[in-house]
Write a protein that binds this ligand. Structure first.
Ligand code: ZN
Length: 318
């Protein structure tokens, strides 16, 4: 693999500048493209997490609908290039599953490619503001400026939508749990559901804006979908998933709530609570990648939700 790319690079050099001036040596994609149905693709964040999250797209009769835009313009542009490689049909829409910058950061690249940005109505009020809180003390002046210049969605909704790509039906649904402005994208003829961050596969989810109560109810709805056993679920983070992964993720959230609740009942709080819960959570989900830092955040947010002190983003007026 490495040998082959070295050879390709050497060939480019050997061809000389005149022939190859416009063709840079091809960088590896920041995501792995996986076909998961007829004309339906998942773009799964690579091992270096350069894309920041997963995305995907649906090719219909007369155009393409993209789901999410990654964290940065480079990854989104690479996605646009892959779509153009697969089909001459225009990119007509990008649907943001929620406002978080790891899913909206590349929107401008999709808009430049011709897409209308569709999102939950609350995304318009949050994408340039609440994303700054999301990074806490890791925010830099550059990132802040990038967030404040993110494109606002063109088409917003707080109801379910059907987007027709010619005769191909794509169902955009409002769901509860991750941020207060969440959409899923269902392609019924392919049995594919893009869940956004309502599903993470073997990775602790970001609970900063979430409600575990609502979230577990939404995941129960996924499991209850007709033919869910044969469906493909594209999570916001982690590899392409099936119903077992949805059940596993929901079990993780229920385990977290139960363990934090038990710890609270025995009088534990803050660091002591995290130290009591973390090993039990890891033991129940040994095939998950759970860092101590991630577990501490999960416990803190779960504790706040159970205490009734959790702060969630507040919908702004249009
Ligand atoms: Zn995410």
């Amino acid at each position: 693999m490495m040998m082959r790319s070295l050879v390709a690079f050497a060939t480019l050099i050997a061809l000389g500048a005149s022939a190859t001036a416009q063709v840079p040596p091809s960088a590896p994609l920041p995501f792995v493209l996986k076909q998961i149905g007829p004309g339906v693709y998942a773009a799964i964040d690579g091992p270096d997490h350069k894309a920041g999250s997963n995305a995907g797209f649906v090719i219909g009769d007369d155009g393409v609908l993209v789901v999410d835009a990654f964290f940065n313009l480079d990854a989104a542009r690479a996605l646009v290039a892959q779509i153009h490689r697969l089909t001459p049909k225009p990119i007509r829409y990008v649907v943001n599953t929620h406002y978080h910058a790891d899913h909206t950061g590349g929107d401008q690249a999709l808009r430049d490619a011709g897409a209308i940005i569709i999102a939950h109505r609350n995304v318009r009020g949050w994408v340039r503001t609440n994303n700054i809180n999301l990074f806490g003390d890791r925010i830099t002046p550059e990132l802040k400026a990038t967030i404040q210049a993110l494109p606002l969605p063109d088409l917003t909704t707080d109801k379910d939508l059907v987007v027709w790509l010619g005769s191909r039906k794509v169902m955009v649904r409002t769901v509860l749990g991750h941020t207060g402005g969440d959409l899923t994208i269902y392609v019924p003829d392919a049995g594919v559901l893009f869940t956004g961050d309502m599903l993470w596969r073997k990775i602790p989810p970001n609970l900063i804006d979430g409600s575990v109560r609502e979230w577990t109810a939404t995941d129960a709805d996924f499991v209850a979908m007709p033919d869910a056993v044969h469906m493909v679920f594209v999570p916001g983070h982690g590899d392409v998933a099936g119903i077992k992964d949805v059940e596993d993720f929901r079990a993780y959230l229920l385990d977290l709530r139960r363990l934090v609740s038990e710890g609270r009942k025995s009088g534990l709080k803050d660091e002591a609570l995290a130290q009591a819960v973390t090993p039990k959570l890891k033991a129940l989900h040994p095939d998950w990648a759970i860092s101590d830092r991630a577990a501490a955040a999960e416990v803190r947010y779960m504790d706040q939700e159970l205490a009734g002190t959790k702060k969630r983003p507040v919908p702004a007026a249009d």
